[in-house]
Design a protein around this ligand. Structure first.
Ligand code: GLU
Ligand code: MG
Length: 448
């Protein structure tokens, strides 16, 4: 554990390095309860002070909705008080598509310097530590999907008309996609794939797995990099769950594998498709809790316009090997690649706060291990056609009701995180009560 003085000295060194690279300022990010990335920036010269004392940011952000209105939610003291954003120096990254700027994700402490229990990033870290106490490590990675347009409504202004997964769509935006790739690589992001997706104008980038907090940090960095490159090309990027009512939307699937003593527990076991019993119990815990987890992983009214059957979005509470319609797709991987076996949670989208998502998934999985939970038989084929599988919640209100009843998530999140989620989801659901799909899409398309 380094002392505050050492940390400050380290930050001074980093600040010098950034200045030499022509960086003027550092942007500090947090992701709020509604899934919006909110920021403060400081000049590079102020980085050492920011690392030592933090940058003021009030707790009221926890009660912001995606449209910037603020809900009271019955929580006391929301307008008062202050917190400190503390940049994580280990993640400090010059931003390739925003020359002159660097980025660092931040934790939140109170004014006495104590970790704030409502900090989403610290929650993800707490759950990672909870797994580590049992000798377990998680490798996680988000897939980012987005739709490009020429203006505020990408569905009416497609810069790329080429077909799904098509070479033609890639050729149309070749320079843009090269710049996306170059910017990510320049920032040290281990890109695995970049390709045109199913929906018109849609693309996807996937990155190598990392630790859970790192995966959530990368979700923030990847999205803002894509957004910045898009802006430089005169394009808008929509990461919202749905950009066009009634069509395939943007997911942000979460891949995970479970490790113990350097061994991937998703393979070489005696269970189904090579799973170990611990892996099966973890996934069973996640599957069981999934209706409640959706309040975190699919947190917008728009999420439920995406989460429809037969759109590869994972609308049913089931799992299956390599099944793109199952909420949990199990990937057995290849015999010669021990890292490859993993499970993909398909139901999540990019309105989610990635820190809450990874932390809550770990909590649900560990509860599954505690209960020695087992998976039901896997689904074969499209669950919408084979029948017999439960639909996941079809509205934010329904997901919230499951969340409020989830003892596992309530305990793991603790107050005030649990309360903030309930307050914000309630307010978001009320905001869109009775709204048409079109108006939900229009209100959320460019918010995330
Ligand atoms: N766009 C789909 C979704 O909403 C996912 C497509 C895929 O399987 O990658 O999740
Ligand atoms: Mg995809």
């Amino acid at each position: 554990m380094s002392t505050a003085r050492e940390e400050r000295a380290r930050a001074a060194g980093e600040a010098d390095r950034l200045t030499a690279q022509g960086v003027s300022g550092v942007v500090l990010t947090m992701v709020d309860t509604a899934g919006i990335t909110r920021i403060k920036t400081v000049p590079v010269s102020a980085l050492p002070d920011a690392v030592r004392w933090g940058v003021a940011m009030p707790p009221v952000f926890d009660l912001f909705l995606a449209d910037d209105s603020v809900t009271g939610g019955g929580l006391t003291g929301a307008p008062e008080g202050d917190l400190r954003l503390l940049p994580d120096l280990g993640r400090l990254t010059p931003l390739a598509a925003q020359p002159g700027w660097a980025w660092a994700p931040a934790d939140r402490h109170d004014q006495r310097g104590t970790p704030y229990p409502g900090c989403q990033r610290l929650f993800a870290r707490r759950m990672t530590e909870r797994a580590a106490e049992r000798g377990l490590a998680l490798r996680m990675g988000f897939e980012t999907e987005w739709v490009v347009g020429r203006d505020a409504d990408p569905s009416r202004s497609r810069p790329a008309a080429g077909p799904a997964y098509g070479m033609a769509r890639f050729v149309e935006l070749s320079d843009y996609l090269r710049d996306v790739l170059d910017a990510l690589v320049a920032q040290g992001v281990a890109v695995q794939q970049l390709h045109p997706e199913y929906a018109p104008g849609q693309f996807e980038v996937s990155v190598a797995p990392s630790d859970p907090v790192g995966a959530a940090d990368l979700a923030v960095l990847v999205r803002e990099t894509v957004r910045a490159v898009s802006a430089r090309h005169g394009l808008t990027a929509s990461f919202a769950p749905v950009v066009e009512a009634g069509a395939v939307g943007n997911g942000r699937h979460l891949h995970l594998s479970l490790w113990q003593d350097g061994r991937n527990l998703c393979r070489d076991g005696d269970g189904r498709h090579g799973m170990t019993a611990v892996c099966e119990a973890f996934l069973a815990g996640v599957l069981r809790e999934l209706p409640a987890l959706l309040a975190l992983g699919a947190p917008s009214a728009a999420s439920y316009l995406r989460l429809e059957p037969s759109r590869w979005a994972g609308a049913f509470q089931c799992w299956g090997p390599e099944n793109r319609e199952a909420a949990i797709r199990f990937v057995a991987g290849a015999p010669d690649a021990d890292w490859a076996a993993n499970a993909e949670i398909k139901s999540f989208d990019a309105a989610a706060n990635p820190y809450l998502a990874v932390g809550a998934v770990i909590a649900a999985g560990l509860a599954g291990i505690d209960a020695a939970a087992t998976l039901p038989p896997p689904v074969v084929g499209d669950p919408a056609e084979v029948g017999g599988h439960k639909r996941l919640p079809t509205s934010l209100t329904e997901a919230l009701a499951h969340f409020e009843r989830s003892a596992v998530l309530r305990e793991a999140l603790g107050e005030p995180l649990f309360g903030a989620v309930v307050a914000v989801r309630r307010a978001e659901a009320a905001r869109f009560e009775g709204a048409t799909p079109q108006s939900i899409v229009a209100a959320t398309r460019l918010r995330y």
